[in-house]
Design a binder for this molecule. Structure first.
Ligand code: ADP
Length: 625
């Protein structure tokens, strides 16, 4: 017996012992795999003349053997070779799924089932043993894959006449918690197919016995068994929007895109004109676990008149809307051209530009009419929109600038830039912002306090991309973005400025001495009025802010940059007089005070200090006096 790969084994264990109440989804998963396999074969037959299939024969068959507690799902799709059985079923196929972390085990198992798209393995939620008999199209031999669960699996050669795959499930015995026998009841299976798999484009057939009037009689009944087609086969996107229930959209979305939650928004459109197409798009309610990683692949499924031609057509979505899932179906696309040529296709370009406009306008109306929902959306995918603004040298900034939100100190909630500007008191020229790790940390930044006191609204930037976004935008509606921690924030009156200039002039020598003590760390030391209660702060001068320095230097490259940093001391704080006094009377203490104050200002900024032991000793020395 062969062992499952470690991750698969753990996942299987979870499936087998799952307390997941929604066990019935195994059927939709297996039917969806069967339909995918038929799609593949059918698509190949369109592009490869050697492959001959009759469209009319393509189907999925279900079969129930109540006495032996067996449910069988058969398809005449592409089938699997021995290697494919091994690779597809012996381990989790998706590379992302391998990131199976301990922490996930602790979460509800609902999450795991959804997040990993464990399709096939879900059959172990309802079966004691699973057999997969498959013959790949065009190959001579068939193989059988058998597993009773986590111990392992066997693959042996076997007989099978037709190409395709048969999955044989030995359904578990009923227990106190669960009535597994429902999966052996043709009416329950019929209703499960209607509920989850109605839109599958191939007929799902099953023998069903119904009571019918006996021929020639008007009162006598008999049981008649007939093969019936259980699904309507109309793809959901081709149905009339008004007749589709939310539940249908949700179920389609969840099974097609492996999500355990319903989507946040459904966008169903039908476009007629220069290029006709139907699209069914979804905005997920949460970011997939690999969304902000390289593994994530964007794209929409592309169909030509109901036939899948590409599973993830990335050209249909701009990067900044990469979170959107869905399908596009157009009769105007040719089936018989290669995917590479298709990507250059004029029609496809038209569709993609329409899709983009549609998504944008849906987001705009969500922002306008369903603010809470939009904020939920933004929490999950706002980062992607922000990346969109500063990527490609800001090429798309105008399209996206009204979709981003920042926390506002006045409103105490997320606002748009438009809202900031609309609520400006009068003639204000700038949009103020401050950066930090959290809202509460920004609240404590010395400079923020003073500016808030003067009644200005400040945007709090807590994501590392935020400041890059504003730098890319440079302005909004003619208003410049100003970092309150930068040197050029100027809110003082001329008189105040004059006064400060004088005091700084008087203490020039002291500041030169302080700069000497600190070496190359700062470019200047001076008194300030920009602080209210706090003794010190750092401000930056020039194009690189302290926050940007932090972000850039944290990136894995050799280039380190330094912001031009100025140490400012609150002129109205008692420490100012103390410093002046020490400068005249105790040079040694003065040096220690300077070092401590500078370290404090760095810590406030969230920067580390180079000599923590020295500083800690200096402070202790002061404390013990
Ligand atoms: P997923 O469908 O998400 O890829 P599954 O675990 O459900 O994950 O299936 C793993 C792989 O096994 C599929 O990607 C497919 O290649 C193969 N497979 C599953 N069922 C069938 C089938 N009925 N016919 C052919 N291949 C199949």
């Amino acid at each position: 017996m062969k062992q499952f790969k470690a991750e698969s084994k753990r996942l299987l264990d979870l499936m087998i012992n799952s307390i997941y109440t929604n066990k019935e989804i195994f059927l939709r998963e297996l039917i969806s795999n069967a339909s995918d396999a038929i799609d593949k074969l059918y698509y190949n037959s369109l592009t490869d003349k050697k492959i001959k299939v009759n469209k009319k024969d393509l189907c999925i068959k279900l079969d129930i053997d109540k006495d032996n507690r067996i449910l069988t799902i058969t398809d005449n799709g592409i089938g699997m070779s021995k290697d494919e059985l091994e690779n597809n079923l012996g381990m989790i196929a998706k590379s992302g799924s391998l990131q199976f972390k301990e922490e996930n085990e602790k979460k509800k198992d609902v999450n795991i089932i959804g997040q990993f798209g464990v399709g096939f393995y879900s059959s172990f939620m309802v079966s004691n043993s699973v057999e997969v008999i498959s013959k790949k199209y065009g190959e001579e031999k068939a193989y059988k894959w058998v597993s009773k669960g986590a111990e392992g699996y066997n693959i042996t050669e076997c007989e099978k006449d037709e190409y395709g795959t048969t999955i044989i499930l030995k359904i578990k015995d009923d227990s106190e918690e669960y009535n597994y026998s429902e999966f052996l009841d043709s009416y329950s299976i019929e209703s499960l197919v209607k509920k989850y798999s109605d839109y599958i484009r191939y007929p799902i057939k099953m023998n069903i016995t119904r009571r019918e009037l006996k021929k020639g009689s008007d009162s006598e009944y008999e049981d008649v068994t007939k093969e019936e087609i259980l699904n309507s086969m109309i793809p959901l996107w081709k149905k009339d929007k008004k007749k589709i229930k939310d539940e249908e959209y949700n179920s389609f979305y969840q099974s097609k895109f492996y999500d355990y939650e319903a989507p946040l928004k459904v966008i169903h459109t039908s476009v007629e004109g220069l290029c006709s197409y139907k699209s069914l798009l979804f905005i997920p309610s949460h970011a997939p676990y690999d969304y902000y990683s390289k593994e994530y692949e964007k794209g929409l499924s592309l169909y030509s008149n109901g036939v899948l031609i590409m599973d993830k057509c990335s050209d249909l979505l701009p990067d900044y809307f990469s979170f959107v899932k869905g399908i596009v179906d157009s009769d105007d696309l040719s089936l018989n051209i290669s995917r590479e040529i298709l990507q250059q296709d004029r029609q496809l370009k038209l569709i993609s530009s329409n899709v983009e406009k549609k998504i944008k306008s849906e987001l705009e109306s969500m922002l306008k009419d369903e603010r809470d929902k939009y904020e939920e959306f933004f929490k999950e995918f706002g980062m992607q929109l922000k990346f969109g603004i500063y990527n490609d040298y800001g090429m798309h900034k105008d399209e996206l600038k009204d979709l981003i939100l920042f926390y506002s100190s006045n409103d105490k909630k997320q606002i748009t830039l438009k809202e900031y500007v609309t609520n400006m008191k009068n003639n204000e020229e700038n949009i103020y912002y401050a950066c930090g790790e959290t809202i509460s940390k920004i609240d404590m930044i010395p400079q923020v306090e003073k500016i808030k006191d003067k009644g200005y609204n400040i945007l709090y930037l807590t994501e590392y991309v935020d400041e890059f976004v504003l730098k890319t935008l440079t302005e909004y509606d003619g208003k410049k973005f100003i970092n309150v921690c930068e040197n050029n924030v100027d809110l003082d009156t001329d008189e105040e400025k004059e006064k400060l200039k004088k005091i700084n002039e008087e203490n020039k020598d002291m500041f030169i001495k302080m700069k000497d003590i600190l070496g190359n760390e700062v470019s200047e030391v001076r008194f300030t009025h920009r602080l209210k209660n706090h003794p010190v702060c750092l401000v930056s001068e020039g194009p690189v802010s302290i926050e940007m320095q932090k972000v850039i230097n944290a990136m894995p490259n050799d280039e380190k940059i330094n912001a031009k940093i100025i140490l400012e001391i609150n002129e109205s704080h008692p420490i100012a007089d103390k410093l002046k006094k020490l400068y005249d009377e105790d040079k040694n203490k003065f040096e220690n005070y300077t070092k401590i104050l500078y370290s404090q200002s760095r810590l406030i900024e969230g920067l580390s200090i180079d000599n923590p032991t020295e500083i800690s000793n200096l402070i202790c020395e002061l404390l013990s006096k």
